[in-house]
Design a protein around this ligand. Structure first.
Ligand code: GDP
Ligand code: MG
Length: 173
């Protein structure tokens, strides 16, 4: 007998945003392949797809790892429009990357439409490089404060040790 056509699996589209060098690619590759990649091409945007089990049901996660082309507003807006959920990443070792999360948040809210209340867009603020506590530039309380202003979760990750990496993807879904 020919294999039966199974119903299409639900597909969830996740966008990685944040300034350069914060670890968007490292987090994505750690989640996808259980590997810490130190030198992923910084200008390369790529998308990845993985089958996962969510609440007992098989589904697919599609991850878009953005990489600076977002400077072209039209491209960036298209990316953001296509996203269902967002992982907004900064590095706890770089204050500038923390400050710029505000711009990413504003852009996402704008593209998603003025009346899409904050709470409707799946969004997690991520402080990455938690293995580098000794180089920390932003106190934990400050990170938590901005997340609570935005009414989003704040989670610290390490793409190096894989700490909380699976958690942020599953929590977002
Ligand atoms: P992207 O530009 O946001 O995609 O950043 P990358 O994923 O390319 O990472 C930039 C640099 O930071 C690379 O050298 C990574 O190896 C390093 N890196 C990324 N995540 C971590 C982390 O959690 N801990 C440490 N120690 N280094 C990291
Ligand atoms: Mg990258």
């Amino acid at each position: 007998m020919p294999p039966q056509n199974s119903p299409p699996k639900p597909l969830h589209k996740v966008i990685m945003v944040g300034s350069g060098g914060v670890g968007k690619s490292a987090l994505t590759l750690q989640f996808m392949y259980d590997e810490f990649v130190e030198d992923y091409e910084p200008t390369k945007a790529d998308s990845y797809r993985k089958n996962i089990i969510l609440g007992g049901q098989e589904c697919q996660i599609d991850i878009l790892d953005t990489a600076g082309q977002e400077d072209y507003a039209a491209i960036r807006d298209n990316y953001f429009r296509s996203g269902e959920g967002f992982l907004c990443v900064f590095s706890i070792t770089e204050r500038e990357s923390f400050e710029s999360t505000q711009d990413f948040r504003d852009q996402i809210l704008r593209v998603k439409g003025a009346d899409s209340a904050t709470d409707n867009i799946p969004f997690i603020l991520i402080g990455n490089k938690s293995d580098l506590q000794n180089r920390r530039q932003i106190p934990l309380e400050e990170c938590e404060r901005i997340a609570s202003e935005w009414r989003v979760p704040y989670i610290e990750t390490s793409a190096k040790t894989k700490d909380n990496v699976d958690k942020v993807f599953y929590d977002l879904l």
